[in-house]
Design a protein around this ligand. Structure first.
Ligand code: C5P
Length: 398
């Protein structure tokens, strides 16, 4: 959907400005005409020459520059745009958008345009979490701006926090979606599970696992961005609820089973990325278990229901297999045992793959016996790859 579209790419002055070059490149390669507008501060981080070479178009940096093909430039640009993407957007520029300040070309274009505006935030984590920035973002959301939240990761300050520019493919997918997008999952109902279940021992303790929920959340967001009607069934994670989908919070495997059984009634696909506990305490103590004088404590655990193995209905079933050895063989066995259409196997001993990281290296195995080892990629990219396959399978079951 990017082909032939005019996208105004606004770049503001943050360290992530250099990433805008790659965004401009991807959009241009996809067939869009990219008109870059840079704030003064942005030009300190990346040169307009780089952007001009990438887009093959003149780059606007100064509101009062005399010659370029746009007549009254900010008006002409704002009218020509099919979408305006601001990436990275700093707290300062976001504040200007929220209050209607138009003191440079970018803020003027955004104030004048009727096209959808997508804002990919990137800034210091304290600036992002500051209530004034959050209020500004809420204001913009209320006015229909599409906000791409920053990602969690290493910031320019050297510390970890939420402030990094979202991944490239997330940004491109959003632009695509806003422009009418891939939409290949339009009117499809997808149920995704995520996170690690917690099985209580008593009111204060539980048995759980290291799942961060990132893979499942990326799955749900990718399906949403491709037009699906998504239900995300989430075991506890530290991630915020994604917008634009139904989120059902559960704690235990039994609760997850109830939620899944209910949600799949109308589903086209169930994608179980959750790490479901295999065992739960036979009984959860009503009061806090006391230390007493015992040197050891024996817990009796019983099996949890195999949600994916037991679920019934005519929809595509996708499972995940986190393995520490014989990954492919074990995944193959699970695919057959649980009667799955597709299984996503990952070797959790690889530090860049699996728990808590933003990347994953998986092998996809399907019912027909096809085995595809994918290279290391972001969890979002893995999600897109899975959806490409699920899309074909959903087509068949229609
Ligand atoms: O057998 P294993 O637990 O490795 O299978 C993993 C797959 O099965 C995952 O997709 C997981 O969400 C699902 N599962 C389940 N119910 C369980 C255990 C795992 O649905 N009790």
């Amino acid at each position: 959907m990017l082909k032939g579209k005019t996208i105004v790419l606004g770049i503001t002055g943050g360290i992530a400005a250099y990433k805008a070059a790659e965004i401009a490149s991807k959009l241009t390669q996809a067939g869009a005409r990219v008109e870059v507008v840079m704030t003064d501060a942005a030009t300190k981080f990346i040169t307009s020459l780089t952007l001009r070479n990438i887009t093959g178009r003149p780059v606007v940096t100064d509101m009062f520059e005399p010659a370029s093909e746009w007549s009254v430039e900010h008006i002409a640009l704002s009218e020509a745009a099919d979408a305006v993407l601001v990436a990275p957007a700093t707290a300062n520029t976001i504040a200007k958008f929220a209050t209607g300040i138009a003191d440079n070309m970018l803020t003027s274009v955004v104030l004048a345009t009727k096209a959808p505006v997508i804002i990919a935030c990137a800034m210091n984590d304290n600036m992002y979490s500051n209530p004034v920035t959050q209020e500004n973002i809420e204001k913009l959301k209320d006015r229909g701006f599409k906000i791409i939240e920053p990602a969690y990761g290493r910031l320019a300050s050297g510390k970890m926090g939420k402030g990094r520019l979202a991944e490239l493919e997330v940004i491109i997918a959003k632009v695509d979606e806003v422009l009418g997008g891939r939409g290949d999952f339009k009117s499809k109902r997808i149920v995704v599970t995520a996170g690690g279940t917690q099985e209580p021992l008593d009111p204060v303790r539980h048995i759980s696992n290291r799942s961060s929920g990132k893979m499942g959340y990326a799955m749900a967001e990718a399906a949403r961005d491709r037009g699906a009607d998504v239900t995300l069934i989430a075991a506890p994670t530290s991630l915020p609820d994604p917008a634009g989908m139904t989120v059902v919070h559960v704690r235990t495997a039994v609760q997850m089973k109830q939620a899944v059984d209910k949600a799949v009634k109308k589903a086209d696909a169930l994608i179980m990325a959750a790490a479901v506990a295999d065992y739960q305490p036979k009984t959860a103590a009503k009061g806090k278990i006391k230390k007493e004088s015992k040197d050891s404590l024996t817990l009796e655990l019983v099996r949890t229901p195999d949600i994916l193995g037991e679920v019934k209905g005519n929809f595509v079933k996708v499972g995940f297999a986190a393995e520490s050895e014989n990954t492919v063989a074990n995944a193959k066995a699970k695919l057959a045992k649980k009667n799955l259409d597709l299984i996503v196997a990952n070797d959790i001993t690889d530090p860049q793959s699996g728990f808590d990281v933003d990347t994953n290296k998986v092998t996809l195995l399907d019912r027909s016996g096809k085995v595809e080892a994918l290279p290391l990629m972001s969890k979002r990219q893995v999600a897109e790859q899975i959806l490409d396959r699920v899309g074909k399978l959903v087509g068949k079951v229609d």
